[in-house]
Every structure is written in structure tokens, then in C-alpha cells.
Design a protein. Sequence first.
Length: 165
Amino acid sequence: MESTRPKVVAISGVKNAGKTTLIKKLVKELTIKGYKIGVIKHDGHDFTADQPGTDTYEIKKVGAKNVMIYSKSKLMFIKDLAEEPEIEDLLLYYKDMDLVILEGFKNSNVAKIEIVRSGEKSICRNNLLAIATDDTNLDERSIPFLDLNNIEEIINCLRKNNIIN
């Protein structure tokens, strides 16, 4: 039986390293190349999933545990969680994607590319494919360094590591 789990890579780094910026560039370029890309972002604080005044917000406010709203082109599902979900549980919603990019997840076992800016140190300890950096003076390591501003070089790293075809 063929697995329906998509390929996954995390873009990790310290706060404000440029993770979202890199992900946006990757999504744009990979989409142009014909890949179906999904993104999962972890929020270490908490976030507002809906805005006050909307019907779904009001329904949730009075006690609904799950609320879904959809149209012919979009779907939003808001669910109360008893505990933080595992990555594998989240990936169940992404079966039709060629690649899922995780933002953050520095401590996960997922393959990752870490952004390390000038003056910073690497914080990832496992499954690190490469370091994407704008600093040419980082200490030498056994992990490849990629030019943070060269999206094709980063995409080639994903290909070389069989993250994408």
C-alpha cells in the first residue's frame, strides 16, 4: 500500500531570522515549477483563529468545540485541542500536497534547513540538511552552507536530499 504522507522539510531558525520570507520565496518558486505546496506554521504563543463579529467566532464563543466554514473555493476549520498535535496528525490534512514546509520545528526529527544570520549560531541539533546563511564567515562544519538569497541553490538541496523530485 502506497503511503499518502507528503514529503516534509522544516525551515528553522531563531526568531526574526527570516523563516517566513524564505518560505514565501520557496512556495512561489516551487509552485511555478508545478509542485503543490502546503505550509504548517507553529505558533509558540497562541493565536486568534477567527475574528470577533464573524458568525463562526460567535458560534465558537457560545460553546461549539469545532466550527467549519467553507465556500466553493476555501475551507476553514477551527478545533479546540486538548493537547498539541503531533506532526503526523497535522500531515493528514495535507495528503494531496507534493511538499509540506514546516515553519519552526527546530527540535523535531524532520529534515530541516536552518537559517543562520551573521553573528548567530546554529540551534538545530538533528536532521539538519543545510544551513542557509548570509554570512560567509561561519565556522566550517560538515553540514553544507547555502546562500540564503539563492532560492535555486536551496531548491537543489531539496532535490539532492530527495525532498522533491
